[in-house]
Design a protein around this ligand. Sequence first.
Ligand SMILES: [Zn+2]
Ligand SMILES: [Zn+2]
Length: 109
Amino acid sequence: MICPKCREESMQTVEYENSKVQIDRCDICDGVWLDGNEMDQILGKYSPQYVSTLYGDASKRLCPHCRKNMFIIKYPDTYAEVEMCCSCKGIWLDAFEMEEICMVRKHKY
Ligand SMILES: [Zn+2]
Ligand SMILES: [Zn+2]
């Protein structure tokens, strides 16, 4: 799969920290791609109810599946600005944003 940031075939499928959820991680920039409900599976009861209502500006990066521009959203209750595809609801996270979101949300709830 092509990394939205590096634009290279650098994405590898990996299991996220013994969660049994397979995510795609870029070998070059360490960013991660999560399909539609994968973030909810990883966060479980800590996942926010409505992420899709928070669309912000259009991003220059393209969804690796749909090849459409993604939108920048602020992930609920975190400082992370992530990118989401309106069509497939996949999410792109830069390096460390994944850890930040998991840490902040689990601490808060
Ligand atoms: Zn990359
Ligand atoms: Zn998409």
